[in-house]
Design a protein around this ligand. Structure first.
Ligand code: PAF
Length: 304
């Protein structure tokens, strides 16, 4: 594996490559990242990974300085996966001058859920990803569904800027007890690590309840077509069962000592709340959650 530190070296290394598959990361690699490398290897050649802890996507009270940096171990893992080039620029290389031009994700996608609790996060992500894409010029780029909203934000960016890079989703990798793998799991105390799978359990139960309710509504056996005061952005009524399921999940997590930021049922395609019509049409949904356990904030999601 070639480790390159500069954009010029990277371009020289990749000259003439038309089928590059790219996996951007912030390092501290675990099995979840390595599964992205394997998806990339099936889709293109060569596989290029990047490691860059992107200051732009951290809010001032977040863990930029503490973010785990494990470069040597990461290189060994990538080498074993057969990655051809690792692009690992330092901050001066990627941001030689203050990054004044930024990508601003649309309100309604970038400002909801994670965007509401981490203002500026998606601007930081889209700006660095666009820049990395310009450096690597990949045919495909692979992103994990664990960061579901990030995937949607990047997919829409690629569509709206007509980028020549296909955004490919990869499934979330979980520990045997259900906890989604994440670099931030390393911050959990042993006690909190033992309690952390509860987030997945709550999501699983929520999905199950929604599936039962969705089937009941489509078969006419449910009275939830009663009007509510909550409306989707289009003005249609939000499916009341979704709101009830969210509240139940939040209450359950709170009761177990978590501090939930949100548990939210959304349409997969645009992350808007589902209307009654969406449920009648069996529009694909996803449940997304973010909650703090001790000092660690975890996110997860499950498709319905
Ligand atoms: O998902 C991540 O690790 C980061 O948000 C990404 C996509 C590498 C951008 O810094």
């Amino acid at each position: 594996m070639k480790i390159v530190r500069t954009v010029a070296e990277l371009r020289a290394q990749l000259r003439g490559q038309l089928r590059t598959a790219f996996v951007p990361t912030m390092g501290n690699l675990h099995e979840g990242h390595l599964s992205l490398m394997r998806v990339a290897a099936r889709l293109g050649d060569p596989v290029v990974a990047s490691i860059f802890v992107n200051r732009l996507q951290f809010t001032p009270n977040e863990d930029f300085d503490q973010y785990p940096r494990t470069f040597e171990a990461d290189c060994e893992k990538l080498e074993r996966e057969g990655v051809y080039v690792l692009f690992a620029p330092d901050e001066n290389e990627l941001y030689p001058v203050p990054q004044e031009y930024r990508v601003s994700p649309p309100t309604g996608l970038g400002d909801i859920l994670e965007g509401e609790f981490r203002p500026g996060f998606f601007t930081g992500v889209t700006t660095v990803v666009l820049k990395l894409f310009n450096c690597v010029q990949p045919m495909v780029a692979v992103f994990g569904k664990k960061d579901y909203q990030q995937l949607m934000v990047l997919r829409r960016m690629a569509e709206q800027f007509a980028l020549p890079t296909e955004i490919v989703p990869a499934e979330t990798v979980r520990a045997p007890d259900g906890l989604a793998l994440s670099s931030r799991n390393g911050y959990l105390s042993p006690e909190d690590r033992a309690r952390a799978p509860m987030l997945h359990e709550v999501l699983r139960d929520t999905v199950q309840a929604l599936q039962v309710n969705g089937v009941a509504m489509r078969s006419g056996a449910d009275s939830s077509s009663v009007k509510t005061n909550s409306q989707t952005q289009s003005g249609a009524d939000i499916w009341p069962q979704a709101l009830a399921a969210e509240q139940k999940a939040i209450a359950r997590l709170s009761g177990l000592g978590w501090v939930p930021d949100y548990v939210s049922v959304r349409r997969r395609a645009d992350l808007l709340p589902p209307s009654l019509a969406d449920v009648a049409n069996a529009t694909p949904l996803v449940v997304l959650a973010a909650a703090r356990l001790g000092a660690t904030r975890l996110i997860d999601n499950l498709e319905v």
